[in-house]
Design a binder for this molecule. Sequence first.
Ligand code: ATP
Ligand code: MG
Length: 240
Amino acid sequence: RKSVVRITTGSQALDELLGGGIETLCITEAFGEFRSGKTQLAHTLCVSTQLPLHMHGGNGKVAYIDTEGTFRPERIVPIAERFGMDANAVLDNIIYARAYTYEHQYNLLLGLAAKMAEEPFRLLIVDSVIALFRVDFSGRGELAERQQKLAQMLSRLTKIAEEFNVAVYITNQVIADPGGGMFITDPKKPAGGHVLAHAATIRLMLRKSKGEQRVCKIFDAPNLPEGEAVFQITTGGLMD
Ligand code: ATP
Ligand code: MG
């Protein structure tokens, strides 16, 4: 039986909300409006995952699938310095791939699984998990097929999480939900419907606050109490 590892987010408040950090063996999803910090959390986790266990890291490598072209290696440098790590060594342990279609994204996962069988990985990031599906299946009549392919991709992610004891961190977009009436006060919901809702064990909703301050709310998690944490986005990554 594999034992769960919890990886620090860089913010103690956020770690406490999560019961210690981002967990291996399951999928953690973050959704929220643009600039809410989804990608910055991904960058911080790229570094903190490589910390030793006694420093709340995962002592492992990172795989990063980028569908939006927003990974910035130069952002890794000050984050590594903040944690007292060698930036070049940290960058060497991030296996990065840009995906251009949903099929490409799926095939990259197959290749990564082969790599994970040989090397100790502790985190897989897919930022964003859904963007390419929304482009590749944009037609009205394509929704059923999109959801079927999305389910396949997510089941592959779950399998990787469990087989290699890695944390899977995926980001998602918010979509307007017109709901049943015209006067809905909270019209935003995560994309991906029931398929994504069922695949992600821990669903986090991020939102902007003043300046570089952000708020994370537990949207859905079976074992965590409801609550919120406030954190900051800084040059050194997420902090309190
Ligand atoms: P999107 O939906 O557009 O992908 P996102 O949720 O991924 O958005 P991020 O890219 O994580 O958003 O957040 C971007 C924000 O992070 C910037 O607007 C800025 O406020 C903050 N940020 C980025 N780099 C730095 C930095 N070096 N120092 C401080 N804050 C930064
Ligand atoms: Mg982003």
